[in-house]
Ligand binder design. Structure first.
Ligand code: SAM
Length: 330
């Protein structure tokens, strides 16, 4: 990794921030039960959303400060027009090593090759059930066949390994832990699987299934061998089950705040240092108000220095996460 050329994105706790999640839109074509209210959220007005050139400028400012990887998320990134233009603009920033995307893949199949050509490195696809009726219930109207076509297209386009994200909810889809793993094993190494602990946005604590319990259940498929290699530098702890790499993202029971290297640029220009904390200023005013790159870099450094040690949601009764995931970019 090349060293940062301007004062790095270091916080008070010595954490270097190399990873930026960009919520490119707060809009989504799905209404997943754990993410959005049924009626949808109140969408941002279009001129309140960062333009592509503004996002690319923030990335250009942050790259010399140590930023190496950008993930485009949302909302649903594929509902934003000409998303490959943003991928190309971000991928062209010197120093950046990776541009990835998290998508529900409903619209992904026809976009896969173009996104790859534009410079997308890999893709994470959310799939919480392999049963079409249950999938439609969880996503409130989603089409599993379209998503599976999206997964195939991503593999064919070489956006591999395709990481499949399953949010595990007790009593909702936890009976699919083994079927989902078997399904993914058949597609390894082109896919990897990641189980995500349900985060209690709606304070439905009882549906959180701790990662340790998931691992215990998975042992029915064979020994889980720790896979120490960092798979993309994210927060997942990785294991091997046969040919498959399985990650567990456990923001609640095995939180990874001490090693957190991520920042979040929200669709409205707020730069969040933590999923669970809301009180950071927006870069939008500076971006549109004629501020210089140096001034914006200074603003970013101040925000990073204010990053808290960790979120406070690790225990029942702890502080619930604030805001709606589609705005924060889960
Ligand atoms: N629309 C895209 C998608 O479906 O992947 C990207 C945005 S989505 C907010 C990003 C990730 O956040 C998804 O993997 C989703 O499953 C996860 N997520 C959303 N709400 C969550 C919650 N309450 N607990 C755990 N994961 C959540």
């Amino acid at each position: 990794m090349t060293r940062p050329t301007t004062p790095a994105l270091l916080d008070r706790f010595g954490r270097l921030h190399t990873y930026l999640r960009v919520s490119v839109t707060d809009r989504c074509n799905y209404r997943c039960v754990y993410c959005l209210p049924e009626e949808g959220a109140s969408w941002l007005p279009r001129d309140g959303v960062l333009r592509y050139e503004e996002i690319a400028r923030v990335v250009r400012i942050m790259a010399p400060m140590g930023l190496r990887r950008v993930r485009l998320t949302g909302g649903e990134p594929t509902v934003r027009k000409d998303i490959e233009d943003l991928v190309a603009a971000v991928a062209a920033v010197p120093g950046l090593e990776e541009v990835t995307m998290t998508t529900n893949a409903h619209r992904f199949a026809p976009l896969a090759v173009g996104l790859r050509r534009a410079g997308l490195t890999r893709v994470n696809i959310s799939v919480d059930s392999l049963d079409p009726a249950r999938f439609a219930r969880i996503t409130r109207g989603g089409d599993l066949a379209a998503v599976l076509a999206g997964i195939d297209a991503a593999i064919d386009a070489g956006l591999t390994p395709v990481k499949l994200n399953m949010v595990v909810m007790r009593g909702v889809n936890d009976d699919e832990l083994l079927p989902m793993t078997r399904w993914a094993m058949e597609r390894a190494p082109a896919v990897q699987l990641r189980f995500i602990e349900y985060m209690p946005f709606a304070e439905r604590w009882h549906e959180n299934l701790p990662a340790a319990e998931m691992r215990a259940r998975l042992a029915a498929l064979g020994e889980l061998v720790p896979a120490p290699e960092r798979q993309g530098g994210g927060p997942a702890a990785h294991w091997r089950v046969g040919p498959l790499i399985v990650g567990f993202i456990a923001p609640i029971t095995e939180h990874f705040c001490a090693a957190c290297n991520r920042l979040r640029l929200l669709a409205d220009g707020h730069l969040r240092t933590c999923l669970a904390h809301e009180d950071t200023p927006s870069l939008l005013t500076s971006l549109r108000g004629g501020a210089s790159d140096e001034a914006i870099a200074g603003q970013i450094r101040t925000i990073v220095l204010g990053k808290p040690a960790g979120h406070l949601a690790e225990a029942e009764g702890g502080k619930a996460f604030e805001g709606v995931m589609t705005q924060i970019g889960g």
